[in-house]
Design a protein around this ligand. Structure first.
Ligand SMILES: Cc1cc2nc3c(=O)[nH]c(=O)nc-3n(C[C@H](O)[C@H](O)[C@H](O)COP(=O)(O)OP(=O)(O)OC[C@H]3O[C@@H](n4cnc5c(N)ncnc54)[C@H](O)[C@@H]3O)c2cc1C
Length: 395
């Protein structure tokens, strides 16, 4: 057990922190207020090797370990949830899924440009009538010679209008229930693909989220990811990686809440002393600190299991559930500490509160993770071996 970051990880942390301070902090209030997703940030992240930080160098990535991805997500979400979400779906849900399940040809064609950040990837599972209940998806893929023909609709897809490549889940055989779901690599440019942004979101307004439509979209058979019928397993293993990034981001969100609250505690005075001197305010600060430290330990434990090539569904679910709940509470308390000023966009904490809600919903709601944890403890749930594991980190 080693709780220290390596020199390389510390350098990465400093680099991302500086990037966030220089490139995100000065503009984020404007982007958030006006619903602008600044696409210019992506090539800058790519130039720093951050779009494929944990992808091996031979596949176009930076070759760092999986906890390096956690560090990137922590630091990005300290700036805003939108850019961490972009890395979550691009690296966590798409690139790492290609690394785990893709053929060499698929890695060559899709993973390499994505890990370099030249192309952006997203992940399309959720539908209007299917979120937590994945088996309720209705999108279908019918085989027709050398193609599958996909028809259906996805919703709440991050980077829907920005990504060039999507991992799309569809039924190839509905009669088999979730064993009949398959995963496909789909390109935006293909005929029959369209997307539309979702407006009026509570939070992550500086991010891009939307709907996808597939109208007789023809996908070559070589773009089937894994085997026919393996889509459900692929989706769940992708979520092991996506949830890890969401949990790490929540750590960054708590850091941001603490930073803003500490400054305000020292600046604002009531009853003749700084509000940080009042015990009930200290209680909120102490809860943030506890949430920060506990969440970070849970995240790094899950990352270490990934580094060792071990199954981590249980540990990642716990980290995601706890970290996002702590972050949501920290943001609520940060607004409380700021009093009426916390209710205004003059301070960033109202944005933190709005942003902290989606991570409690996406990639498994609070309720789904609660159920998972209870089922593991009660031994109603056991993880079966997967055909393909995420490769261990090769130093
Ligand atoms: C900003 C944002 C970005 C997103 N990005 C993506 C993306 O990139 N790709 C993608 O595929 N999806 C994405 N999603 C979708 C997200 O993953 C789903 O919203 C999530 O899985 C929940 O599904 P749902 O919204 O349909 O809620 P539902 O599944 O309809 O759940 C509604 C409520 O019922 C509860 N509930 C459901 N089943 C149970 C149960 N068995 N026991 C107890 N309670 C239950 C839930 O916890 C929730 O409180 C995104 C969502 C948001 C908000």
């Amino acid at each position: 057990m080693d709780f220290e970051l390596s020199e390389e990880q510390k350098m990465l942390q400093r680099t991302v922190r500086q990037f966030v301070d220089d490139e995100i902090m000065p503009h984020i209030a404007h982007w958030d207020r006006n619903g602008i997703f600044d696409e210019g940030i992506i090539p800058k992240l790519a130039a720093l090797g951050l779009m494929g930080v944990c992808i091996p160098e031979k596949y176009g990535g930076s070759g760092m370990d999986y906890n390096a991805l956690a560090i990137v997500c922590e630091e990005l979400e300290r700036g805003d949830t939108a850019f961490r979400t972009a890395v979550s779906v691009h690296t966590g849900l798409n690139c790492m899924t290609l690394l785990q399940w893709g053929s060499e040809a698929q890695k060559e064609k899709y993973l390499i440009p994505q890990a370099k950040g030249d192309k952006i990837g997203a992940f399309a599972l959720t539908e209007p009538n299917a979120g937590s209940d994945v088996a309720a998806i209705e999108t279908s893929a019918k085989k027709d010679g050398q193609h599958y023909v996909i028809n259906g609709q996805k919703t709440w897809i991050s980077l829907s209008d920005v990504a060039e490549h999507f991992i799309v889940f569809a039924y190839t055989d509905k009669s088999k229930g979730h064993h009949g779901i398959s995963a496909f690599i789909v390109e935006r440019e293909w005929e029959g693909f369209s997307s539309k942004s979702i407006k009026g979101k509570l939070g992550i307004r500086a991010g891009n989220t939307g709907e996808l439509f597939f109208d007789n979209l023809k996908v070559l058979v070589e773009n089937l990811l894994g085997e026919e019928g393996e889509g459900f397993k692929i989706a769940m293993s992708a979520l092991d990686n996506g949830r890890f990034t969401v949990a790490a981001g929540a750590v960054g969100q708590i850091m941001a809440c603490l930073e803003a609250s500490i400054a305000y505690c020292k600046e604002r005075e009531t009853f003749g002393k700084a509000i940080g001197q009042h015990q009930l305010v200290q209680q909120m600060i102490a809860k943030m600190e506890a949430g920060l430290q506990m969440s970070r330990l849970l995240v790094y434990r899950a990352g270490e299991l990934k580094n060792q090539g071990k199954r981590n569904t249980r540990e990642t679910s716990l980290a995601k559930w706890q970290a996002t709940d702590f972050a949501n509470q920290a943001a609520d308390d940060a607004v409380q500490i700021h009093g009426a000023y916390g209710f205004s966009d003059e301070y960033p904490v109202e944005r933190y509160l709005r942003n902290s809600k989606a991570p409690v919903i996406y990639e498994g709601t609070r309720e789904i993770h609660t159920i998972m944890q209870a089922e593991y403890v009660l031994e109603y749930r056991k993880d079966k071996p997967l055909n393909k594991m995420l490769p261990a980190w090769d130093e």
